[in-house]
Write a protein that binds this ligand. Structure first.
Ligand SMILES: [Zn+2]
Length: 1004
């Protein structure tokens, strides 16, 4: 391809990273759902239960359901109420006397949708389903409800339609409240009261409605009560709150009442009940990641077909060994933990239904009140269903793959699936029931491993392809930087017929391979990038060779050794950044190490720039504090206001001192705008400062209202939105009276995102925003001074092809001349020393992310702040607001790099090209770290890390475009560098690059 321009390069960067970000879904998270699977049912003369009731306390974590607390509903003055007691006495009585209990362990993401799918359909959805649809099925999956003769369900419009829409028409009936009913700023218990009221009404109606009465008395029916109140209360008040605990009391009461109504209605004792939750709730009122508080949910089953509790007289009953249940006062009752999908198998069995196809749940036998023989038979049917799924999937795979290698576990023809199932049945016939149970259990395990084998069949190929792509991209980005920005685009690409043919046929071969295997369309996209990148790198190898010669020709062997050491340190720094994803405290150490950084350039330099170096030491120390503060924040109105005050102060001080500040940093005194009155721009700045103040006021009042549980007043909400939107729009008015001073530009951008930050701040983020801004500005100015200091003057005499300015001339005219030079496209070329700037930039970018959060706080964020703007549960707009807040500091970072690029006389985009190359070191590292097995905490975090790392790469690319907008027309006065050499370097656009490239006068 021809040499690509800057925009094309950015477009490539974005397209490549977006496409490759999705690769983890193809590699690691493929939907487990396939069609054409036969369903199986445990054949018994009579089903264990005639009907099933499923209660799901959405967001109820296991320990809260069983621990003892003082009565949260009684006034604190009542001494009797302070006595700790179980908050769910009815459910507890089921555990103690009537049923079987345990912890149901969920998988990540611990969200409502995957949780309910695991419970009711028995399958663990791939993570990508969360991205393809929230409420409805991207794929219609089978479920316990779909296998029932009829299901009545009540609850949230976010959950119920998932199961009614995909089911046989008319089979699953749902009754939901409106979405606006879920206003989280109000009492969420009404959601549960609504559900209980409806169920009560149904059975009341049945008394007078003979048709309904008859339908309710059919066999194999299911009732599903989805109780969202706990989830909403937990988000709004956290699980230790009075509100959450009161909600548990309410749910327990409701479950008791409904159970009694049903028992009275039927009077046959043939109803089975299951109470559980879709996921837990963290101490910070969030869920989503794999923290044990999120993955542990209670499971209590009782009623027809369910085993009675197994208790011990003395000591601890089995199942409590992990210590989790030590304060539940249930030590004498055996605890039987299950995996969440097992609940689906349990429910299907109890109600005499077929196991939902695609279900991977294993029947939890201790829950069944039946003989060993029956248990063995049930489990063998369970195994048959899972193996059927394996058979169908294997058949599909072997049809598409060129040469299918069967799963070794089943490859032995003597031990075919059918044969193994026969063996289990024979063992049952011989009366060896316990052995048959063990055999069936092993067979299920083998089947699940086989499914896993099929699921990961393409891994080696895909991972190799993706790795080639990332390494290719890094090489391509560096080649582009070297070719265009270091050599000035002078070396032509060399392509031979052979090389084109080789790469062309490679692509054809790869595509035919993909076609024969009927691979998904995305695979083709993964394949084309590596070929394209490597072809380009190879074609430009001349440029690489020349760059190498240029650099090394002037190197003594000592220099080479030094460069080697530098490279090592560089990779070391990148590796430290990788580690910082796991331990954000690394930034504390890194910032402290950065405090003495300016001293590297000599004491003379420090003395000459002591204010700058002092500020640098101060801000680095301040930045080092943030990564020690908790990532999970608790709302703190005082810190919010303090942060706001500092932002406000910057604005006020700038307006007050503008004149004197700009004397130094102002550009050419004969510039376009400096002669114009600055009245208008001051007015606009004034408005921006006013908006910051308004944001503080409105945030204060919304925090007060929300904390008092009064609901968010519409007026406050509206003012909040208006402040946010206006503050982002007003800065554009500066276009009416453009100012070309960079300090002015940065203050405008800083104030633009100020209100957003204040409104969405939970605690110390406002302080961070302020410190980050000062740090960035100090960094840019320091880099500039360093550059001025180190620009070799000797080379100027040798090569000054444009004869731009005489260093002895006054700064003003020098600046003017340089301005012309810039317009003519005269830029400094990239030098080796710029690599450090790129590393610093990447460091600041990453630290901007980790200073106010960590990986866990991204996946399970606190919604406190967004409630001020969106009080109703609405995951997408709430997440969008959080994203906006997270990204705002990056606008500052990018504006500063844009300014630095200009100040250092580099071509726009040259630093970014390098950054985009090196940052993919992180992406590739995290690509290999992605896990889809093991501890669910690790899985969730590994996905987040990869997504964040690639997201930052995409983001750097868009920041480049953004920074161009931010710094358009900005001009500088370099005339006040205090170090003597710096003053002389003034006005020399062809700085240090000459050292490397003697003939480089104009960059192309
Ligand atoms: Zn939920």
């Amino acid at each position: 391809m021809a040499r690509i321009g800057r925009l094309a390069f950015l477009a490539f960067a974005v397209a490549f990273h977006v496409v490759y970000m999705f690769s983890i879904f193809d590699v690691y998270f493929v939907s487990p759902i396939v069609g054409g699977i036969k369903a199986f049912r445990v054949d018994t003369p009579k089903a264990p239960a005639k009907r099933l009731v499923l209660y799901v306390g959405d967001g109820l974590r296991a320990d809260k359901a069983f621990q003892f607390f003082p009565n949260p509903s009684a006034p604190p003055s009542d001494p009797a109420a302070q006595e700790p007691r179980p908050l769910a006495p009815f459910l507890r009585s089921r555990v103690l006397e009537y049923g079987t209990f345990g912890i149901s362990h969920t998988r990540v993401p611990t969200e409502s949708r995957p949780g309910h799918v695991a419970l009711i359909a028995g399958l663990y959805e791939d993570v990508s389903s969360v991205t393809t649809g929230w409420k409805l099925n991207p794929v219609n999956f089978d479920s316990v409800f779909n296998r029932s003769s009829h299901t009545w369900s009540w609850g949230s419009p976010d959950i119920l339609p998932m199961f009614s829409t995909g089911a046989v028409p008319g089979r699953v009936e749902d009754a939901t409240y409106g979405a606006d009913f879920e206003d989280s700023s109000m009492d969420a218990m009404k959601l549960d009261i609504w559900v209980f009221d409806r169920v009560r009404q149904l059975f009341k109606d049945a008394e007078t409605d003979p048709e309904l009465n008859a339908r309710l008395r059919e066999d194999k029916i299911v009732f599903f009560l989805h109780l969202l109140g706990l989830d909403t209360t937990g988000h709004a008040n956290r699980p230790y709150s009075k509100e959450y605990l009161q909600n548990i009391q309410l749910v327990d009461n409701g479950v008791k009442e409904i159970t009694e109504i049903i028992e009275n209605f039927y009077g046959d004792g043939e109803t089975a009940y299951v109470f559980t939750a879709d996921h837990g709730m963290s101490d910070w009122g969030s869920h989503g990641d794999g923290h044990p508080d999120n993955t542990r949910t209670p499971l209590i089953a009782w009623g027809s077909g369910v085993a009675k509790p197994v208790t011990v007289r003395n000591g601890r009953a089995p199942g409590h060994d992990d210590g989790v249940s030590h304060d539940w006062h249930l030590d004498h009752v055996q605890r039987h933990d299950v995996a969440q999908a097992d609940v689906a198998a349990l429910m299907a069995y109890l109600a005499g239904l077929e196991f939902p196809v695609n279900s991977v749940g294993e029947l939890p036998l201790p829950y069944l009140a039946t003989t060993d023989k029956e248990k063995a038979r049930a489990l063998s049917v369970n195994a048959r269903a899972i193996l059927e799924m394996y058979r169908v999937k294997e058949e599909k795979k072997s049809e598409t793959v060129l040469r299918y290698a069967p799963y070794p576990g089943f490859a032995d023809s003597e031990y075919s699936i059918e044969h193994r199932l026969k063996l289990v049945e024979q063992t049952i016939e011989h009366g060896q029931h316990l052995q048959a149970i063990e055999e069936a259990h092993q067979l299920i395990k083998l089947g699940l491993r086989g499914l896993r084998y099929l699921q990961t069949y393409d891994w080696l190929f895909l991972r190799a392809l993706v790795t080639l792509g990332y390494v290719g991209w890094i090489a391509f980005a560096f080649t582009t930087a070297i070719d265009a920005h270091m050599l000035g685009g002078k070396v032509e690409a060399s392509r031979t017929t052979t090389s084109v043919t080789v790469f062309g046929s490679l692509l054809v071969a790869l595509y035919s391979f993909l076609f024969v295997q009927s691979s998904p369309i995305t695979y083709y996209a993964y394949a084309i990038f590596p070929i394209m990148f490597w072809e380009e790198v190879l074609a430009r190898r001349q440029a690489l060779v020349q760059a190498k010669n240029n650099v090394f020709s002037q190197f003594s062997s000592w220099d080479v050794a030094k460069a080697g050491l530098n490279l090592l340190a560089y990779v070391g720094m990148l590796e430290i950044m990788v580690q910082s994803y796991y331990h954000r405290e690394i930034y504390t150490l890194a910032y402290l190490l950065l405090v003495p950084w300016p001293a590297i350039y000599g004491m003379e330099f420090v003395r000459g720039n002591w204010t700058l170096c002092g500020t640098w030491a101060l801000t680095c120390t301040a930045m080092s504090i943030f990564t020690l503060l908790p990532a999970m924040k608790v709302e703190d109105p005082n810190l919010i206001l303090l942060g706001g005050l500092l932002i406000l102060l910057v604005g006020v001080l700038y307006i007050a001192l503008e004149k004197s500040l700009l004397v130094g940093s102002a550009p050419s005194k004969n510039g376009l705008s400096s002669n114009k009155p600055d009245g208008l721009s001051r007015v606009i700045l004034g408005v921006q400062v006013g908006l910051v103040a308004l944001a503080m006021i409105v945030t204060r009042s919304s925090v007060t209202a929300l904390q008092a549980k009064q609901g968010l007043p519409l007026g406050t909400q509206m003012v909040g939105w208006i402040t946010l939107v206006v503050s982002l729009l007003v800065p554009f008015l500066h276009a009416l009276n453009p100012r070309d001073d960079y300090l002015h530009r940065i203050v405008v951008i800083f104030l633009a995102f100020g209100p957003l930050f204040i409104i969405l701040t939970i605690s110390y983020e406002g302080l961070f925003y302020f410190v980050m801004a000062v740090t960035l500005l100090t960094w840019v100015r320091l880099e500039h001074r360093i550059h001025q200091r180190s620009s070799p003057l000797s080379s100027e005499a040798d090569h000054a092809p444009l004869k731009l300015s005489n260093p002895l001339e006054p700064a003003i005219s020098a600046a003017k001349e340089r301005e012309t030079a810039l317009d003519d496209g005269d830029y400094r070329l990239l030098a080796l020393s710029d690599a450090r700037i790129c590393l610093f930039f990447l460091f600041l970018l990453q630290s901007a992310f980790f200073s106010t959060g960590n990986i866990a706080s991204v996946s399970s964020f606190s919604l406190d702040a967004v409630y001020r703007l969106v009080p109703v549960f609405d995951p997408f707009s709430q997440a969008a607001l959080l994203m906006l807040k997270m990204l705002a500091p990056f606008a500052l970072v990018s504006a500063n790099l844009g300014i630095l690029t200009k100040q250092l006389k580099l071509r726009g985009g040259s630093l970014f090209a390098i950054v985009m190359g090196i940052s993919d070191y992180l992406t590739l590292r995290f690509f290999w770290e992605v896990r889809d097995e093991g501890s669910w905490l690790d899985i969730g975090e590994s996905i987040s890390m990869f997504v964040i790392a690639s997201g930052l790469c995409i983001f750097v690319a868009s920041l480049e475009a953004l920074s161009e907008t931010f710094v358009r027309g900005v001009k500088f006065d370099n005339g006040k560098a205090p170090v003597a050499t710096g003053a002389q370097a003034n006005g020399r656009p062809n700085g240090s690059a000459k050292k490397l490239q003697p003939s480089a006068g104009q960059a192309g």
